[in-house]
Design a protein around this ligand. Structure first.
Ligand SMILES: Cc1cc2nc3c(=O)[nH]c(=O)nc-3n(C[C@H](O)[C@H](O)[C@H](O)COP(=O)(O)OP(=O)(O)OC[C@H]3O[C@@H](n4cnc5c(N)ncnc54)[C@H](O)[C@@H]3O)c2cc1C
Length: 422
């Protein structure tokens, strides 16, 4: 009988899945594990610090925990601190909502030079992810390049380009705000193999780059087609048309600002140049950009440790419609890869929840014990669970320390987060 469910990962997919399960079966007891003491996954550590509206979805998640049917067990890394096999002994069903947190390699010479960062690490650094608190990226040269033609690349150039005043209402971490303010950028580059039509930016994000105080987008008119190619579906065509019109506006601009943001379409990176650190980025059949920082935003794979199922060649955990095997499921980025927006996870998590409930519709096996036995096991192994009350203390401390106008001053160091254990 289905009674106790464990969800591994407290990002949008895990929490939307919990919501979908509880709507149909309010009697279920669901425990949500996360390796971090803070919930919400990439809503906290991915979504840009100046896009607070997008983060408002956390209020909806908070209501779930307040309801009592959902328990948060933070600071527990499943697979390492707590083997999956053990979890499965105690719960009737387990849902993996691990996300996809490993940066895909560029596969270029010079990739390991200081000054080259993957976007998960770089975004994690400015967003206060404790694993990346001490990244201390090199931002000391006038040029920096972001490889990627999607919204993550746009987020990064926007955060690098905005002034301190423009970020005042954000929750950009103080260590990142100071470092970015000390940088003296004159040329930022956003580049990729794709052309302006294939780029996956969304229009609102693209348009925002044209409204920055000290940044002027630079687009070559000759890179832009006058019209869209045939064969796009209606929704896609609308977005692409809007993007093209924004890019044409950028190409027409002649104003001067301290930082030029160059869009380089159809540009294939060939090598990262430098001996001790990044000195440049060589473009195939093109120039070598004079940059001291290269950030790659080209996608992610799921990294699963210990006895968790490993990701396959596509970088996701192999599954059929979300079922790995009876009793074990996967949702979100770990299931489908890093695509879609936060609401995409809601719809998908509902489908996986429906599948899980259907699998147990005629199940007559006795229900398992859930967390009752597990709590004792965890403390006997020295695993200090940080529960919802701990998170609420972290949150209160962050709000109390916020500068005027900013929603919070994030605690980003492991030791500062762990202080709120008791
Ligand atoms: C830089 C960036 C910006 C984005 N901006 C937007 C935006 O503006 N708007 C938008 O709609 N979407 C945005 N997204 C996409 C959105 O964040 C994702 O769609 C969503 O977070 C995916 O949800 P998830 O639950 O699958 O994964 P995640 O949010 O990554 O959550 C996974 C959770 O699992 C935990 N975990 C992993 N392994 C373990 C383990 N072994 N044991 C315990 N816990 C574990 C992690 O700590 C994490 O909390 C952005 C993504 C990125 C990377």
């Amino acid at each position: 009988m289905l009674h106790h469910i464990a969800i591994v990962g407290s990002g949008p997919s895990g929490l939307f899945c919990a919501d979908a399960l509880l709507r149909q079966r309010p009697d279920l007891k669901i425990d949500v594990f996360d390796r971090l003491p803070t919930p919400y996954g990439l809503v906290r550590f991915g979504v840009a610090p100046d896009h607070q509206g997008t983060k408002a979805v956390t209020r909806q998640f908070d209501r779930l925990f307040a309801g009592g049917a959902l328990r948060f067990l933070g600071h527990v890394q499943v697979g390492r601190d707590l083997p999956l096999a053990n979890l499965r002994q105690h719960y009737d069903a387990v849902v993996l909502a691990l996300g996809a947190h490993a940066d895909r390699p560029l596969g270029l010479p010079g990739e390991d030079l200081p000054g080259r960062y993957g976007s998960m690490a770089f975004v994690g650094w400015y967003n206060g992810h404790p694993d990346f608190r001490d990244l201390d990226p090199l931002l000391d040269r006038p040029g920096a390049a972001v490889i990627g033609m999607g919204n993550v690349a746009i987020d990064i150039v926007r955060v690098l380009g905005k002034t301190r005043a423009e970020m005042a209402t954000s929750d950009l971490t103080a260590h990142a705000a100071d470092k970015i303010a000390a940088a003296n950028f004159t040329d930022l580059y956003i580049l990729g193999r794709r052309g302006p039509i294939e780029a996956s930016f969304t229009s609102a994000e693209l348009a925002e780059l044209g409204k920055m105080e000290r940044v002027r987008p630079v687009v070559k008119k000759s890179d832009l087609p006058e019209a869209l190619p045939a064969g796009l579906d209606a929704i896609e065509a609308r977005v692409k048309e809007k993007n093209l019109s924004i890019l044409h506006e950028f190409a027409d601009r002649t104003d001067e600002k301290p930082i030029r943001l160059h869009f380089l379409f159809n540009a294939t990176p060939d090598a990262i140049v430098g001996s001790e650190r990044v000195e440049g980025l060589k473009i195939k059949n093109g120039p070598t950009l004079e940059v001291g920082t290269v950030i790659s935003a080209i996608g992610y794979r799921t990294a699963a440790d210990g006895d968790l199922p490993q990701s396959d060649a596509r970088g996701v955990i192999a599954n059929q419609e979300g079922r790995i095997e009876p009793g074990l499921y996967v949702v979100g980025w770990a299931k489908r890869g890093p695509s879609g927006t936060i609401p995409t996870n809601r719809a998908e998590a509902k489908t996986v929840a429906d599948l899980l409930l259907a699998d147990y519709a005629n199940d007559a096996a006795p229900a398992k014990q859930g967390s009752a036995a597990l709590d004792a096991w965890l403390s006997s192994r020295g695993v200090h669970v940080m529960d919802w009350a701990c998170w609420k203390r972290i949150e209160a401390a962050e709000i109390a320390a916020a500068l005027p106008g900013s929603p919070r001053a994030k605690l980003a160091a492991w030791e500062d987060l762990r202080k709120h254990r008791q």
